[in-house]
Write a protein that binds this ligand. Structure first.
Ligand code: FE
Length: 358
């Protein structure tokens, strides 16, 4: 009897707990993106599904505590609490963790769920989808394809033309107004980003990946008049876009001056629209700055270099514009294809110069 009373006593405590659990489980069924609470990369040296190879500690330093909870631990912001739920400006939504373009305002609509909703992602490669069997349901989780950050879930109850509803946490997003400058997606942590054109972007990326204090590098296109960018059209020279590397760095660990020094070592800033055998405006020397301090430092560095070199420096210094991330096979090209002839003949000697400087 003692045992039964004891069990009954436990059951008396268990039932309210079970009811509470059921309430917690049922709440997100009406909404969209309640997370599992299971850490995405808790405690790991390298985050799971993380193309940026940042440690858990580095993510905590980069993100606010709420962003870390949602993006890295698959959490969910409270419904109707996010800044982009009732928000209808024209522009582009970027990943708050890495700056990748994720959604266009043209696909945003009010689903009434309390979270921002989109009927499509920005391009085929912006987001990844994964089966999520947490909370006793089968749902489809949506993550940033670049950094692996948790964004929300996608459901097949959206409007035409896709019939899909991407239900996304505001806290996972940054916003770039149409025609406006790219937001400082590194503001969360104090990191800064500069976009550099120095000829073939495979070279530029490989060089900056060697630098301590550079926390992320990827390659893409910037600076043209075309509203789309892919390798084939950029190579035609008709889009006006340059091949560029987007370099994110921690100013506490590496100065912008050092970034500039390396930039001018890995290419010839005196050849207009040309780097060696690579000819065309897509190979131009250009610095797309994101802060006034970067602009001033770049202009000063060019003036100093100009006095030293026999030929005039033709490097452009212009504000950062829309960044079009390049196709997957261009990312980490040197690391994935070290034996390829161009990598051996062109990239490897440039990396040797950088290694001698380090
Ligand atoms: Fe991301």
């Amino acid at each position: 009897m003692m045992n039964r009373r004891k069990r009954n006593g436990q059951a008396g405590l268990l039932w309210p707990a079970l009811v509470l659990c059921l309430m917690l489980i049922c709440w997100p069924l009406a909404g969209c993106s309640a997370g599992s609470g299971k850490a995405h990369a808790a405690g790991g040296e390298e985050a799971v599904g993380d193309g940026m190879a940042m440690t858990d500690k580095e993510w905590k330093e980069k993100l606010t505590s709420e962003q870390y909870r949602v993006l890295r631990e698959k959490g969910t912001e409270r419904p109707f609490s996010g800044q982009y739920n009732k928000f209808n400006e024209d522009g582009t939504y970027l990943c708050a963790a890495c700056g990748q373009e994720l959604f266009s305002s043209a696909t945003k609509y009010d689903s009434g769920s309390g979270w921002p909703a989109f009927y499509d992602a920005a391009g085929d490669n912006a987001v990844d989808e994964h089966e999520d069997r947490t909370l006793g349901m089968v749902r489809t989780e949506v993550t940033c394809s670049r950094c692996g950050g948790h964004l929300g879930h996608v459901f097949a109850d959206g409007p035409e033309p896709t019939g899909m509803r991407y239900c996304i946490n505001s806290v996972s997003l940054d916003f770039q107004p149409a025609g406006g400058a790219a937001p400082d997606t590194t503001a969360h942590s104090g990191e800064e980003t500069v976009v550099l054109g120095a000829g073939c972007f495979w070279c530029t990326e490989a060089a900056f990946e060697l630098i301590d204090g550079v926390t992320a590098v990827d390659v893409g296109y910037m600076g043209g008049t075309a509203e789309e960018a892919d390798y084939r059209t950029v190579c035609s020279g008709q889009t006006g876009h340059a091949e560029v590397a987007r370099v994110t760095y921690d100013p506490k660990r590496v100065s912008f001056q050092r970034i500039l020094d390396l930039f001018f070592v890995i290419h010839d800033p005196t050849t207009l629209n040309r780097q060696g055998a690579d000819v065309g405006p897509q190979y131009r020397s250009v610095i797309f700055y994101s802060t006034e301090a970067q602009k001033a430092a770049a202009e000063k560095a060019i003036a100093t270099l100009d006095e030293k070199l026999a030929d005039p420096v033709v490097t452009q210094v212009v504000p950062a514009e829309t960044y079009y991330i390049a196709e997957d096979y261009h990312q980490d090209y040197f690391r994935k294809n070290p034996q390829q002839a161009y990598c051996q003949a062109v990239i490897k000697p440039k990396l040797k110069k950088i290694e001698d400087m380090i």
